[in-house]
Design a binder for this molecule. Sequence first.
Ligand SMILES: *Cc1c(COP(=O)(O)O)cnc(C)c1O
Length: 380
Amino acid sequence: MKFNTKAIHGGQHDVDPAYGSVMPPIYQTSTYAQSTPGGHKGFEYSRSGNPTRSALERAFASLENGEYGLAFGSGLAAIDAVIKMLKPGDEVISTNDLYGGTYRLFTKVFEQFGIKFHFIGMEKAEKIEEYVTENTKLIWVETPTNPMMNVIDIKKAAHVAKKHNVLLAVDNTFATPYLQQPLDMGADIVMHSATKYLGGHSDVVMGALVVKDKELAERLYFIQNASGGVCGPQDSFLVLRGLKTLHIRMQRHCENGRKVATYLSNHPKIEKVYWPGLEDHPNHAIAKAQMNDFGGMISFTTKGNNFEEAIKIVERLKIFTLAESLGGVESLAGHPASMTHASIPRLEREKTGVVDSLIRLSVGIEDADDLIADLEQAIG
Ligand SMILES: *Cc1c(COP(=O)(O)O)cnc(C)c1O
């Protein structure tokens, strides 16, 4: 099956043996009747497994060209499960320009359990190798990064991981499997905040992991069940519904992304535009090689780097909603320094480019002309 067909049918065979409903029923149940102790029909308790969630997990696996999918109550719960495979003394090499919540989870929760994180720029993959020690167990890559839109060469990162026998996990939230499939490039684990593009309608919080390896899937399933960060059946249904239009939504996000990025890069008040599809983007060549298109996430700074001016711009926007999050059908704008990345110390965030005037856009699937007109009136 090719991608568009998989978005609709991947893993969705026989979802309702009882009545043949086309969409899987929402099995709103915590438990399942047993005929004799242990005599059940594949499900015994909904933390361990739920048919609606299973249908979604199969869809995730299909879209990422993996074998096993796992759905969690949030993207961070999915990351939490990955890090719980480690033990005190283990080390992780992580992208430095990282989703703020991931950085917080690594530094404020897992560092106190004795896991060591190295946050480094990975645009040159050779740099990863400099940080590998005998205790390194995991390389954590986010690409494109949030919010600077750096692109990391997944194949090169996978090469380093294989050479040193460590796991490579890729946060594929920004790109989605429509734009890149990390498992095919050698990653061991692909992670999503399904809250974003996979759900696509800003109505659910969810996370996902997909792997190819059975033993790795079993370790992660053990943690999913033992720690219990699962999602409910209603949310599973919503994300399954969202997935069915992922390909057409992404196509429009990319088209609109290109128009908005081009508009911004020609605007006299704009200092820099970060969108991997622009030819002057520092990682444009890698982006072109490993992504099918460049997505709808754009960041930009204004000349003078004025904090107050950036706040005024985001307040003046009318079609773009000022809000955290991204990846929904509607356009959103955010001010990372005071919103998504406020939990990262100023010095740390400025080192990665998250300066006071940086504005991040999640370009939705409205008419691009209306989005550009909105930016025009807000920037002035
Ligand atoms: C939102 C996000 C997360 C966290 O996911 P939640 O669903 O909010 O827990 C992780 N990584 C990236 C890149 C994100 O955008």
